[in-house]
Unconditional design. Sequence first.
Length: 239
Amino acid sequence: MASMIELIKELRDRTGAGMMDCKKALEASNSDVEKAIDWLREKGIAKAQAKASRIAAEGLAGVVVKGDKAIIAEVNCETDFVSKGEKFHKLVEDVMNVTLEKGSKNLDEAKDATKALFTDATVSMGEKLDYRRFEVVADIPADVIEHERAIAFETAKADPKLAGKPEQMLQGIVNGKVKKVLSESILLSQAYLLDGEKSVAQVLKESGANVVKFVRYAVGEGIEKRQDNFADEVMKEIK
């Protein structure tokens, strides 16, 4: 049977909670690690509620790419110190991965899918944490391209000017029509504003650059940051 010290170590490794919190959780759960995890999570919820009025204006904006999808997300915390830590960086990465995996369509769905992550992180880091926003960027789905191709093909077959033309020629015409339609919604295919003879893609290539989509998140933008009076805080701690 594992000793209390071994159980505390296991609980700390699995939750990231402090030693004393782990000890209390095990004592309250009759040394059952799984129940102790639940106890810590419940306490984490209580801590999160107690911190609800506090301001989380620091944090991190991250990006994860999986297949033809990419996600940019902003997760906030209270202090710059926490935002630079390994635990917080892992939280942000895990949050983005779960959001992509669950296919969350809005922030409410994303928060619900990642609730457990934030609960555990609150226990571990002891700060108010907030999933502020995210955006998923994807290429044009294959079914959309095929839909446009089918329409273009039927249009080409119905055009009397193209009657009797070889299949290969029709396919070339179809490809051109599909490319023209899709170029209206693809930045890289559009004409460069300062030089109509070149596409955005050509200008980027000449500059050795590339772009998928422009999304800019400034961490904490729009949030009024807390103004601390350090002297007052010290006096409170002394009292």
